[in-house]
Every structure is written in structure tokens, then in C-alpha cells.
Design a protein around this ligand. Structure first.
Ligand code: TYM
Length: 348
């Protein structure tokens, strides 16, 4: 590969894109690492585009009816958390064909070796990579297409998506180089705050995930107050009290996780939380955390349940969002076809 083209970011309008897979119910990890921050970005006045990535979800088997339900539920979670569909664009990926089209072109730009190095691929495909779908392997190239179909410049995500965003940058740079253009921005990942990696409540070394077989490992956005409190009460900890300083959380993954969750939910820094609870036992910290989690999450759950009563309204919102998304992505992807050398003569 030749030297990367220096892409002047000033050429591109600041625009935020991010997505969530409807491959299960959303968790506290999705809320703190993504949704909550999506709302903050919307409120900063930058153009924000958010997507339920249903094409990504089917890289592993999804029951069709459940997939539809989870897509609506995810959209309801966005709105309940504070995304205003009049200000942000909110839609599901498969309604805007530009994603799949650009994804194909990026499959021809990205290299097998790049995909093979993705830790998420290695984790998800496991030892039996031969049996994994081709879509799962090419997943990051569709993700790059999601972002670059809008020439988005910033992508708020949790820590686990960092490597995929580095690959998005590599694809943009290689495309610009190969075709000698300055067409795609080199995106900035936005990974910030106390909860960029919320861990399992049962094992502080594993990420909290919607696909973990143990429901006790996560807080779901659909859990009621009793369930949230019970899961926090039973969360794994060590026998030590909370430390005097943040350094004291080193090598204590479960303790660190609960403190980080508290900080992210309360909007405090980890230092402030540690200062407030220095020396406290988990027996007294956990009820405080549960109280805070219920106070923050239960209004969202209530609103999600209300929105889910009217699935046609959610579909209407997604459809309108898709129309607005299409209006931005279509000319960009048409230009890509032109750059790549495809004839576009319909209607002439
Ligand atoms: P997904 O659906 O796994 O997660 C959605 C968002 O939630 C974040 N997240 C977490 N943050 C902190 N702690 C956790 N335990 C945790 N679990 C999940 C993720 O980092 C993510 O920001 N590949 C993406 C979806 C995607 C996408 C995109 C994202 C597809 N196209 C384009 C950004 C831009 C994914 O699987 O996220």
C-alpha cells in the first residue's frame, strides 16, 4: 500500500453516526456506553444519525419475529432515553440500501487479513470459523459503510468498537488512495466517560453483553426495579471495603465496575465517587447503587413500555428517519459508483 493521503477534516461537515444491533434486548452497557452519550451529542447541536443495525444482527441467526420486535424495542429505547426523532435521524439500517451497496464496495477495498485480525471476529467465530457466516467475517466492512455513507466524522461508541473504527479509518484511507480522491473522512472515534466498558455483574473480566447466557450478568433496559435491585445485590464483589483512592481499584475488577457504573449513572467522576464512599462496605454501597440505577433507569423502562404499545408509530418514526437518511446517503453512494467507474445511465 502507498502512503496514506492526508485527509483535511475541515472539508467535511461535523456529523455523528452510531448504531446498535437489535440482536437482543439492550443492556446497561449499551445505555451507558452508547445511548446516554448519543443523547448528549444530540443536545450539543451536532447533526446526529442513529441506526438500529438489523443487517448486522443477521450475521448470526435471528428469529425473524424476534428481530422485528427487538428492532422496535431498540428504537423505543433510543426515544425513551432522550433521542428526539425530529432532531436526530433514527432509522433501521435495512431500509436504506446505501449501507449494503457501499458495504459491497468496501468488501472489495478491505483485505481478508484486516478482517481476520478483528478480535470480535475471533471471539464470535470461536474455534469453528468454518461454520461462521461470511457476513460475520465481513461485518466491519458494512460497519464502515454505515458511517461513511454519510461521510460522518465522529462516532460515539463503547471501548469494544475501537478496533472496528480503526478499520473504518483504514478503509477510508485505502479508498482515497486507490482512487486518488479525498472523498471519505478519516473518522474520530469518541470513546469517553466512566463507562466505556461496563463489565458483567458475575465476572468483572467479561464485558456486560446482551448475548451472555446468564441474565444475572447484566441489567436489561426492560428489567423492573425489583430485578435491578436484586441483580445489583447479588453482583459479585470482593470482601474488601471500597478503597481510599482510585488506584486502590486496580486488580479489583468487580469493585471497579460497580464504582464506574455509579459514576456514569450519577454524572460524577470516579474520583468523586471513591472520595464519597472511601472505606464503605459493599453491603452499604450496593443499596445506594441500586437506588441510583432504579431512579435513572425506571423512567426509561416505563417510557419504552408505553412506546411499545404502539408499534405502528415506531415503524412510522423509523420510516421517516430512513427517508431523511436516504436523502443524505444516496448522493454520496452515487458519487462512489462514479469514482469506482460504474455506468449510471438509468432514466437518461
Ligand atoms: P453493539 O450493538 O454490540 O453495541 C452498541 C453500542 O453499545 C456499546 N456497548 C457497550 N459500552 C460499554 N459497556 C458495554 N458492556 C457495552 N456493550 C455494548 C458498544 O460499544 C456500541 O457503541 N458493531 C456495533 C454496531 C454498529 C456500529 C456501526 C456502531 C454497526 N455499525 C457504525 C457505530 C457505527 C455493535 O455491535 O454494537
Amino acid at each position: 500500500m502507498s502512503e496514506p493521503v492526508q485527509t483535511p477534516q475541515t472539508k467535511f461537515t461535523p456529523r455523528i453516526f452510531s448504531g446498535i444491533q437489535p440482536s437482543g434486548g439492550l443492556t446497561l452497557g449499551n445505555y451507558l456506553g452508547a445511548l446516554k452519550r448519543f443523547v448528549e451529542k444530540q443536545d450539543e447541536g451536532i447533526e446526529t444519525i442513529y441506526c438500529m443495525v438489523d443487517l448486522h444482527a443477521i450475521t448470526v441467526w435471528q428469529d425473524p419475529e424476534k428481530l422485528r420486535q427487538q428492532t422496535r424495542e431498540g428504537a423505543a429505547a433510543f426515544i425513551a432515553a432522550g433521542i428526539d426523532p425530529a432532531r436526530s435521524i433514527l432509522f433501521n439500517q435495512s431500509q436504506v440500501s446505501a449501507h449494503a451497496e457501499l458495504g459491497w464496495i468496501f468488501n472489495c477495498v478491505a483485505r481478508m487479513g484486516w478482517m481476520g485480525r478483528m478480535t470480535q471476529w475471533k471471539d464470535k467465530a470461536g474455534k469453528n470459523a468454518e461454520a461462521a457466516s461470511l457476513g460475520l467475517f465481513a461485518y466491519p466492512s458494512l460497519m464502515a459503510a454505515d458511517i461513511l455513507a454519510y461521510q460522518a466524522t465522529m462516532v460515539p461508541v463503547g471501548e469494544d468498537q475501537k478496533q472496528h473504527l480503526e478499520l473504518t479509518r483504514d478503509i477510508a484511507i485505502k479508498f482515497n488512495n486507490d482512487f486518488k480522491v479525498d472523498f471519505f473522512p478519516v473518522v474520530d472515534p469518541i470513546i469517553e466517560g466512566a463507562a466505556t466498558r461496563v463489565m458483567s455483574l458475575r465476572d468483572g473480566t467479561k464485558k456486560m453483553s446482551k448475548s451472555d447466557p446468564s441474565d444475572q450478568s447484566r441489567i436489561n433496559l426492560t428489567d423492573d426495579s425489583d430485578m435491578i435491585a436484586a441483580k445489583i445485590r447479588k453482583a459479585k464483589t470482593d470482601p474488601e471495603p471500597l478503597p481510599e483512592t482510585v488506584d486502590g481499584l486496580k486488580d479489583r475488577p468487580e469493585a471497579k465496575n460497580l464504582v464506574n457504573i455509579y459514576a456514569a449513572l450519577s454524572g460524577q467522576s470516579v474520583d468523586q465517587v471513591v472520595a464519597e464512599y472511601a472505606g464503605a462496605q459493599f453491603g452499604s454501597f450496593k443499596p445506594k447503587l441500586a437506588e441510583l440505577a432504579v431512579a435513572k433507569l425506571s423512567p426509561i423502562t416505563t417510557e419504552m413500555n408505553r412506546l411499545m404499545q404502539d408499534p405502528a408509530e415506531i415503524d412510522r418514526i423509523l420510516g421517516q428517519g430512513a427517508d431523511r437518511a436516504e436523502a443524505i446517503a444516496r448522493p454520496i453512494v452515487d458519487k462512489v459508483y462514479d469514482i469506482v467507474g460504474m455506468i449510471r445511465s438509468r432514466g437518461r
